[in-house]
Structure formats: structure tokens, C-alpha cells
Write a protein of this length. Structure first.
Length: 30
């Protein structure tokens, strides 16, 4: 369970850094 949380956390940070996802606000909804 903790591993999944860490993975989703990393994905969130990566998407947040991505300009496309960031501008669309997909990272925030994630």
C-alpha cells in the first residue's frame, strides 16, 4: 500500500512539472 502511495506521489510531481498537464489542471485533479 505505501509503495502505491509513493508511486502516485511521484506521478503527481511529474505531471505537475509537465507544462501540458499543468496548464490543463490535470495534475491537480490527479
Amino acid at each position: 500500500m505505501p509503495n502505491l502511495f509513493i508511486r502516485s506521489r511521484q506521478a503527481f510531481l511529474v505531471l505537475h512539472k509537465h507544462p501540458f498537464f499543468s496548464s490543463r489542471g490535470e495534475a491537480k485533479s490527479f
